[in-house]
Structures are given as structure tokens and as C-alpha cells.
Design a binder for this molecule. Structure first.
Ligand code: NOJ
Length: 561
């Protein structure tokens, strides 16, 4: 064990072992967070320099999207070498320094692992391609002969999530499977070398001191035997949740049982969170059974609009699904794959999670702030996406020529708007790329983003940044937030969610008005802690009758009920 790990183990108290159950985890998209060397792309030294900002924000952990050696065909989710840092992001030394600094600031570090597919430049794939049909290396991926008289048709009817067929033909006539871009060939997890290699990759990063993994496409690793046709159900979409022969197959769970054993070889509590798109929250719960992964993203919650009538059943179903397996529920509003929630809620309901319209930004921000306070009041763990603490909107008008989302090109401009949530973060009011770096930014930032910068919002009590700081401080100080596995719903008018949370002697009440008008509610006696409304909440300082403004969430401390 390295000195580094020994030091950390000593710091791990028994309480800290359950750190992940109510952790607030902040997602960093490395290309777009902070650029240390002025080449226009974010990097590990840039992130490292900003760690004090994250510690001060009050999050518990940082999840880093991929920084591995990669041709960047899909923003680094196309990994050429799982044990190397892409030069654009830095070096292994930088990663080590970042992990140490984070731990020194009390922040845990979670890294992405991408096991469903590699890059087409990964050594295994390059050699498999070069050696031709019959090479044993081809068995580590899904190579197949085509259909039709000359094998000119793909082996089955599966479509890529980024558009077009899920198969690409090699010059020698065989086809290979890629559920995502052609530059992302799918591994065949039936091959034991694949499973061995990934256990080794996990150990490599655990030895580096990381606290956990976010498992990319965790539901996709095992494909149904014989790779059967779907039978014309049409295009899938990234957020599709219909049963598919390449998603959520029962065999994936053996893989995660073996990963859990690897995680438990290490001191402290190392965790894994599944990116698993499944048809139901009950299927998602299978990934977090006690001998599998620790958490799974709650995409059902992410896909729910700002509407009490829709939110309450999703909250209830999420908590109910996790209870039998003893895993914490998780909550998330934004990530690097969807339109930021500020912009989703600025638009009417029913438009999905990839939008091109800015909508009504004032209303969107008001709702986003309220949605955050609601999310942070729920039991379990919450995920934040970089920039949401600044209330950043999606950049919906990026010119086509700067877009890099592979789905944009493959979908002929009909899809693939994920660049809009990946525009680099504004840190300062003025200066080159608003403090992102000295050399511009790989995606253009809108004029006026200086007003949304960290510098502009710091110290302004009405700012979204200060709202997040206050909310996270209250969450840390108040035992009833985050803890437990249930909420006690209190009677509330239509369009309002009102609930109490209790932990020991501490109790807490949350009210969320999802309507566009003020609503009078009755809140149990207690002290107003925080409200998302820019103008505050008048009349509810100690509970009782409160006029809750439109699209507002407020928190009160209360007597245990
Ligand atoms: C999910 C990741 O979040 C997304 O960005 C990526 O394109 C796909 N998985 C493929 O790795």
C-alpha cells in the first residue's frame, strides 16, 4: 500500500465509510471546466487549481468524465488506453496530484470507466482489424460476417444510438458492432480477457487512490445470445427505455458482482455508480443489490418535468425501488448528455431532454433554482453538473460548424445537441474566455457570460452560486437532509409538494410550488432556513401560513413529527 493510501485509510472513520449514501457529487467535464495550459481545452491542472472552489461550494465528491488517452471521437468516451492520460489533459503525475489535493481538501474523487466499448484506436482493436478474419483478437469484440449474397448487409438490424446502423464493414468484408459511433467498437464481454482486463483497470485506478467509478453504459455490456434482430421498433434515442437485446441483459449482474469484490479489496469505501438506462426503476435497482454496485443514476427523475403531479410519483417510486435492496436513491437534474435543466424548464413540458430552444430564460432559472432545492431535500445522494451552480443555460444557438457531438453529424443535424451543455465555464467577469483559460475555448461562449461567472456571483446573496453554497451548507449542518429512505408527505394544494423529513430529533420541512402563481400553504411550526425565490418568502419565517411565490422551493427546520 502506498503512503498516500495509508494516510487516507487512517482518516477514514467508521462514519465516513457510508459517505456515499447522502453524498453530493459534482460532475466535472474536463474539456470544459478549466484550462491550465491555455490551449483552449480544459485539463487536469486546470481542475486541480479549482479544487478549493469545489471544496468551498460544499460538495462531497468530484466525478471526472473521461480524461484517458483518446482520439476524442466522443468527447473521450472512446478510450484508446485506459491507463494513460490524454496529453491534452495532462499526465499521470497530474492525475496523482489532483487526487492527493482533492483528498487534502476533504473531497473524494470518482472517475469514469468505459467498459462497453473502446476506441477503434485501442491496441486490441487495431490489432484485431489488422490480423483479419479468424484472428483470436477479433473474439474480444463483436466481429461477424454480413448477410446477403456477398455479406453486403449488416449482421442484424440494430441501430447506433448516435444514428445509422450499429455495424460498420471492415475492408476485409467482416462487420463489427458499435452501439455508439463507428469509432467506438463494442467489447464482447463473453471473452474472459475482457473481464480480466477491466478488473485490472479498476485496480490500477484504485491503486492511484480514487474513491470510485462512474460506469458508462453499465446496462450495455452483455448482448442477448445470437444478437437477435429487434424487428423494426425504430430509432432508439439515447434516453430510450424500451427493452432491447443489447441493454439490461441479466448477465451484466455477474460482472458487477465481480467488480464489487475488487472494490472491497481496498480500504475505505470505494464505490461505483451505474449509468444504467432501464425500462423501470425496479430494473435499475438490480444494479445496486448489496453485492453489486453502490448507486445508479436516477434518469427517470432527470426526465421528469417541473410539475408536482409528475414529480411525486417518480420520487415515491424511486424511494420504493431502492428500499428493498438497501441502496440510497439518487437524484440528478443535469449532466453532459442533456440540455441543462435551466433551459429544459424554460421550455414547455413534453419536449424531451435535448432542446434547441432557449425558451423563457427568466422562468427557466426560477424553476431551476427551485428544482435544485427540491432535489437537495430528498433522501439519498445528489449529482450536480458543472455550471448548474451558476444557473448556466444551455447554449442552444451554437453554429453547426463548431458542434462536435458525434450524433449531430450522424443524425444529419436532426439530433446531437449535447455540445450546448458542454460550453466552457465562465470564471471571471472579463478576460480571455471569461477566465476558462488564456487561449480561448474549444466551444464559443456566448457574449455576456461574464455576468454569470463565478466572480460576478460570489458574494451576491441573490445569486444562484450563493444559493447553492447556502443550500449545501444547510444540508451539511442539518441531519435530516440527505439521511433516511423516505419522505412524509403533508397535505398541500394542487401543484405543490410539501413534505417532512425526520432524523432522530431533527426534522425538516420542504415546500415546492411548481405552479406559475403564488400559493398559500400551511407549514408546520419551524424556522425558515432557505428559499429559492430571489425576493425571499415573506410571512413564513416560523412556519404557519405562507404565501409561496411561483416556482419556488423553501426549507424550514421543524419539530420531529
Ligand atoms: C454515456 C456517456 O455519458 C455519453 O456521453 C457517451 O456518449 C456514451 N455513454 C457512450 O460512451
Amino acid at each position: 500500500m502506498t503512503q498516500h493510501l495509508a494516510a487516507r485509510t487512517a482518516a477514514d472513520s467508521a462514519d465516513a465509510l457510508d459517505w456515499w449514501r447522502d453524498a453530493v457529487i459534482y460532475q466535472v467535464y474536463p474539456r470544459s471546466f478549466a484550462d491550465g495550459d491555455g490551449d483552449g481545452t480544459g485539463d487536469l491542472p486546470g481542475i486541480r487549481a479549482r479544487l478549493p472552489y469545489l471544496a468551498q461550494l460544499g460538495v462531497d465528491a468530484v466525478w471526472l468524465s473521461p480524461f484517458y488517452a483518446s482520439p476524442q471521437a466522443d468527447g473521450g468516451y472512446d478510450v484508446a488506453d485506459y491507463r494513460a492520460i490524454d496529453p491534452v489533459y495532462g499526465t499521470l503525475h497530474d492525475a496523482d496530484a489532483l487526487i492527493r489535493d482533492a483528498h487534502g481538501l476533504g473531497l473524494r474523487v470518482i472517475v469514469d470507466v468505459v467498459p462497453n466499448h473502446s476506441s477503434d484506436r485501442h491496441e486490441w482493436f487495431r490489432r484485431a482489424l489488422a490480423e483479419g478474419p479468424g484472428s483470436p483478437l477479433r473474439a474480444r469484440y463483436h466481429f461477424r460476417p454480413g448477410k446477403g449474397a456477398d455479406g453486403e448487409l449488416p449482421p442484424n438490424d440494430w441501430e447506433s444510438i448516435f444514428g445509422g446502423p450499429a455495424w460498420t464493414r471492415c475492408p476485409d468484408g467482416e462487420w463489427y458492432l458499435h452501439l455508439f459511433a463507428p469509432e467506438q467498437p463494442d467489447f464482447d464481454w463473453e471473452h474472459p480477457a475482457v473481464a480480466d482486463e477491466f478488473r485490472s483497470i479498476l485496480r490500477f485506478w484504485l491503486d492511484m487512490g480514487v474513491d470510485g467509478f462512474r460506469v458508462d453504459v453499465a446496462h450495455g455490456l452483455v448482448k442477448a445470445a445470437g444478437l437477435p434482430d429487434i424487428g423494426g421498433t425504430g430509432q432508439l434515442g439515447l434516453l430510450g427505455n424500451a427493452a432491447m437485446p443489447f441493454f439490461d441483459q441479466d448477465g451484466v449482474h455477474d460482472i458487477y458482482r465481480s467488480w464489487r469484490r475488487v472494490l472491497e479489496e481496498y480500504p475505505g469505501r470505494r464505490i461505483a455508480v451505474a449509468e444504467a438506462w432501464t425500462p423501470t426503476v425496479e430494473r435499475t435497482a438490480n444494479y445496486v443489490r448489496p453485492d453489486e454496485l453502490h448507486q445508479a443514476f436516477n434518469f427517470q427523475y432527470l426526465g421528469t418535468y417541473w410539475d408536482a403531479a409528475e414529480l411525486r410519483p417518480v420520487i415515491d417510486a424511486s424511494l420504493a425501488a431502492m428500499r428493498p435492496v438497501g441502496a440510497p436513491a439518487t437524484w440528478v437534474l443535469s449532466n453532459h448528455d442533456v440540455t441543462r435543466h435551466t433551459t429544459r424548464f424554460a421550455n414547455p413540458a413534453g419536449l424531451g431532454t435535448q432542446l434547441r430552444s432557449a425558451g423563457d430564460p427568466v422562468r427557466g432559472l426560477r424553476r431551476a433554482r427551485a428544482a435544485t432545492l427540491l432535489m437537495l431535500a430528498l433522501p439519498g445522494s445528489a449529482y450536480l453538473y458543472q455550471g448548474e451552480e451558476l444557473g448556466l443555460p444551455d447554449v442552444t444557438d451554437l453554429p453547426d460548424e463548431v458542434r462536435q457531438d458525434p450524433a449531430f453529424a450522424r443524425g444529419a443535424g436532426q439530433d446531437g445537441f449535447r455540445d450546448g451543455c458542454r460550453v466552457p465555464i465562465p470564471w471571471t467577469v472579463a478576460g480571455s474566455s471569461y477566465g476558462f483559460g488564456d487561449g480561448g475555448s474549444w466551444l464559443p461562449q456566448p457574449a455576456g457570460w461574464g455576468e454569470l461567472s463565478v466572480e460576478a456571483q460570489t458574494g451576491d446573496p441573490g445569486s444562484t452560486l450563493e444559493l447553492y453554497r447556502a443550500a449545501l451548507a444547510v444540508r451539511r449542518a442539518h441531519a435530516a437532509l440527505g439521511a433516511g429512505d423516505g419522505v412524509e408527505w403533508l397535505p398541500a394544494p394542487e401543484g405543490v409538494l410539501l413534505f417532512r423529513r425526520t432524523s432522530g430529533d431533527a426534522a425538516f420541512v420542504c415546500a415546492a410550488n411548481t405552479t406559475g402563481a403564488p400559493v398559500r400553504i400551511t407549514v408546520p411550526a419551524g424556522r425558515l432556513l432557505l428559499s429559492s425565490a430571489a425576493g425571499g418568502v415573506s410571512g413564513g419565517e416560523s412556519g404557519g401560513e405562507v404565501d409561496l411565490p411561483a416556482d419556488t422551493t423553501a426549507w424550514w427546520s421543524a419539530e420531529a413529527g
